[in-house]
Design a protein around this ligand. Structure first.
Ligand SMILES: [Zn+2]
Length: 300
């Protein structure tokens, strides 16, 4: 079976500044890995359109979107201590959100899809950029899926950092369930187990350095808790690869095959619901490449 990899060339145009870990080489490494001859029978490439304004406004206030665009037009500048806009960041952010939208559409059509989104999105709040993120790709994707008739959305976030932005956007909305496993305490400081939203938030805060099987077990147990008496119409995965052993921004011990196993188990639990992954973090290029390949094989 093949699987659609959704992409947009403008995702590499965002420049956060010299030495910044969220660099264009990240997405280039993912694309290069997925273009390997060994994956030619697995991957179908689909170029997305940039996200239309109306899709963004389902999540972000117009004033915030205007401010981001205006800042890029002025050449860019800082938005928080580690989140910087360059002159082409807005173009990249629209492309990234467009990739998320396209991945939802391809996932609904094909059963699975992998959106290679950059910049990432899971730290972005509705009205504030933070943690290398500008637009909430996965929340924008969730609202798009709902527009397309997928009323109940499960979001599973295995990035090593808490998906605080995603949680903040969906935590009062019982039509979306959010599972996040993350290092804790760690950036951004949120994600305690007692943050439950309206009963739709399932946080799995864990220390670094545990045996890798513990992380896998605990993530899937939280997914099972989220699925207890509730069936999603689509599953979205915030696939960060900074939860892999050796990432410079995290201390988890997962291997690429562990994330592939999690993806396979999500597909099994999803039944006939599509499973759509989108890229979040991951800051060592070789791990990012290995993780993306393992995930693509699991989704194909
Ligand atoms: Zn992360």
């Amino acid at each position: 079976m093949t699987m659609d990899v959704v992409w947009h060339p403008a995702c590499r145009l965002h420049q956060a500044g010299a030495g910044h870990p969220e660099r264009p080489e990240r997405i280039a490494a993912v694309w290069e890995a997925l273009r390997a001859p060994a994956l030619a029978a697995v991957v179908e490439w689909v170029e997305a359109a940039p996200a239309p304004r109306e899709a963004l406004e389902r999540v972000h206030p117009p004033r915030y979107l205007d401010a981001l665009e205006a800042l890029a037009t002025r050449g860019g500048g800082p938005l928080d201590a580690d989140t910087f806009m360059g002159p082409r960041t807005w173009e990249a952010a629209l492309a990234s959100a467009g990739v998320a939208l396209g991945a939802v559409e391809r996932g609904i059509a094909r059963g699975t899809a992998f959106g290679t989104t950059r910049p990432p999105g899971h730290h972005a709040l509705a009205d504030r950029a933070m943690g290398f993120c500008f637009l909430s790709n996965v929340a924008i994707a969730a609202r798009h899926a709902q527009q397309l008739g997928k009323a109940q959305v499960l979001i599973v976030d295995w990035d090593v950092h808490h998906g605080n932005g995603t949680q903040a956007i969906v935590e009062q909305d019982a039509s979306v369930r959010f599972v996040s496993m993350h290092q804790y305490p760690w950036y951004p400081g949120t994600g305690a187990a007692d943050e439950r939203g309206v009963g739709n938030v399932f946080n799995v805060p864990r220390p670094p350095g545990l045996p890798r099987a513990v992380y896998v077990h605990d993530l899937l147990a939280a997914v099972d808790a989220a699925l207890d008496g509730w069936r999603p119409d689509i599953v979205l995965v915030s696939a960060g690869f900074d939860s892999l052993a050796g990432d410079p921004l995290g201390g988890f011990t997962l291997e690429p095959e562990d994330l592939a196993h999690c993806a396979t188990e999500l597909r099994r639990r999803a039944g006939r619901a599509p499973v759509v992954a989108m890229l979040e973090g991951g800051y060592r290029l070789d791990l990012l490449a290995a993780g993306a390949v393992a995930l693509a094989r699991a989704l194909a």
